[in-house]
Ligand binder design. Structure first.
Ligand SMILES: [Zn+2]
Length: 79
């Protein structure tokens, strides 16, 4: 295995979507600071400007591999 940073990528499509987007494309799938893989699902206009609505990626959108489960997410996300 390589380092932990690559562990979450199940296929080249997902890895490419996260890591190899050409500038200035907005990354719609990204690795959050807490290690969660997040996907931008929409934009929202707020008083402070345009914001992103994102959601944790539970399954790979390309090949369907389960990447994260709800229990792990609950432990990482503090409410
Ligand atoms: Zn995949």
């Amino acid at each position: 295995m390589s380092d932990a940073q690559d562990e979450i990528f199940c296929c080249d499509s997902l890895k490419g979507a996260v890591a190899e987007l050409p500038e200035p494309a907005v990354p719609t799938i990204y690795r959050a600071d807490n290690g969660l893989l997040m996907m931008v699902v929409g934009l929202v206009q707020t008083e402070e400007g345009l914001g992103y609505l994102d959601q944790a990626v539970m399954h790979c959108p390309f090949c369907g591999t389960k990447l994260q489960d709800a229990k792990a997410l609950a432990e990482k996300v503090s409410h």
